[in-house]
Write a protein that binds this ligand. Structure first.
Ligand code: GDP
Length: 444
């Protein structure tokens, strides 16, 4: 998971403080040292670490903090605010042109995830705005690049303008834009060439394409797993092209997180999106405050809610909320809900977004096997309509019948009913705004 290492180190720094009733200046000094090491180990840019620690120390040593009732909490809050500020405060939306098309130029080193991100971004624009993008294949140096863009375009249902590998990329961009004007495409996304490292010829070509296309947005795609190197790449591209935003890819595999914490400060340019997987729907808006919460193990309920909103329609959600409120949530709803939750992605990733869960040892090796879900469904399908609606009917003899009907052991039937009751209770608590008791679910 992203930021795992940093998250663990910071938790450790704070747990020392938490254990103390009263915090002294020397305690603060110790924890600042821990925070500094944690950030350096996460591969955060040295200058950024220096400024971070200085800012936190100045605020933490303030007399009010040390004399407050919960100094550890206050310091955690200061660190949380500083993390948010370092990553850029608020989410920055995509630049839009006042008239169509909005032109987005994608740049980045080879292998950073540019082509994949073109696909993800197209899918996002289609889902959110019913957009009609045109992709322009301007990487003529690798024949496979055009094929790859076509595969990606096909998978999200977006046309690709290409002229093979024999035409100059500047000409391809000119003609691609002319085609978009004819077809009234509302977005044009230009996939440019990448190299293994920044070189002059590539930069000249990109600068020329910028001149020709007048893009509203120049998004630099960088691989977060490369840490400091990603920050240096961002600086290099920005100096030459004056980029408008960054997409940080492969955050799903980045346990350190140094790039996310450095790029904004070093370049002054916002991270607009993060890629968290190879699939076309794993592109999320970058929210610095949510990311700070995630780093501090405070979960990310807001992203969870966003994901839920993308997968549940509003009517279903309102019906579900009513059922929870009236305590009439039954096994039919349980089946529906399981199907929807499955659409949201791997269960273990979802659980980690719940406050208090990210660093929960019970979750360390938690995996929800799709087979378990199939078994639960088999048990529910063996219930009579009355049993599904009134789970209280399920006495021992009925449970034995369910076991025989579904071919599952009786202990599994009992466990599932117990989990159902626990989740029903949890949902009614969540509805009342009480998040305690969620951990009980993990015991099941
Ligand atoms: P390009 O050379 O910059 O166009 O890079 P590609 O789009 O071809 O991506 C390089 C590799 O990174 C591919 O195997 C992608 O599937 C993978 N990739 C891209 N974005 C992500 C991401 O957010 N997470 C993960 N895990 N892999 C990614």
């Amino acid at each position: 998971m992203a930021f795992e290492g940093l998250s663990e180190r910071l938790q450790k720094a704070f747990s020392g403080l938490r254990r103390k009733g009263k915090v002294t200046e020397s305690d603060v000094r110790d924890s600042m040292r821990e925070i500094r090491l944690a950030l350096l180990e996460a591969d955060v840019n040295f200058g950024v670490v220096k400024e971070f620690v200085k800012n936190v120390r100045e605020k933490a040593v303030g007399a009010e903090v040390l004399e407050s009732l919960s100094p550890a909490q206050q310091i955690i809050k200061i660190v949380n605010d500083e993390l948010t500020a370092t990553m850029g405060e608020a989410a920055v939306p995509l630049n839009k042109s006042p008239h169509i098309p909005t032109i987005i130029m994608m740049v980045g080193l080879q292998g950073a995830g540019k082509t994949t991100t073109v696909g993800k971004l197209s899918k996002r624009l289609i889902q959110q705005e019913k957009a009609r993008p045109l992709l322009i294949a301007a990487d003529v140096y690798r024949p496979a690049a055009i094929d790859q863009l076509q595969v990606v375009g096909k998978s999200v249902g977006v046309p690709v303008f290409e002229m093979g590998t024999d035409t100059d990329p500047r000409e391809i961009v000119r003609q691609g834009l002319a085609q978009a004007a004819l077809q009234h495409n509302d977005y044009v996304i230009i996939d440019t060439a990448g190299r293994l490292q920044i070189d002059e010829k590539l930069m000249t070509e990109l600068a020329d394409i910028k001149e020709i296309a007048h893009p509203n947005e120049i998004l630099l795609v960088v691989d977060s797993m490369t840490g400091q190197a990603a920050t240096d790449v961002a600086k290099g591209f920005d100096e030459r092209l004056d980029i408008t935003g960054v997409v940080l890819t492969k955050l799903d595999g980045d346990t350190r997180g140094g790039a996310a914490l450095s790029i904004r400060k070093v370049t002054g340019k916002p991270i607009k999106f993060i890629g968290q997987g190879e699939k076309m729907d794993s592109l999320d808006v970058f929210y610095p405050d949510r990311m700070a919460n995630r780093i501090l193990g405070m979960g990310d309920m807001l992203t969870l809610i966003d994901k839920a909103q993308q997968n549940f329609d509003e009517k279903q959600a309102t019906e579900m909320a009513d059922k929870i409120k009236e305590n009439t949530f039954d096994f039919n709803d349980f089946l529906d809900q399981m199907a929807q939750v499955q659409n949201m992605g791997p269960m273990e990733d979802i659980m980690k977004m719940i406050p208090g869960m990210a660093n929960n040892p019970a979750l360390k090796n938690f995996k929800m096997d799709p087979k378990d879900i199939a078994h639960m469904k088999a048990i529910v399908y063996s219930m009579t309509p009355a049993e599904r609606e009134q789970p209280d009917l399920l006495n021992p003899s009925r449970r034995r019948r369910l076991a025989a009907g579904s071919g599952r052991p009786i202990v599994e039937v009992n466990r599932m009913i117990k989990q159902f009751n626990a989740s029903k209770k949890m949902m009614s608590q969540m509805y009342k705004g009480n998040f305690q008791g969620m951990e009980g679910l993990m015991g099941g």
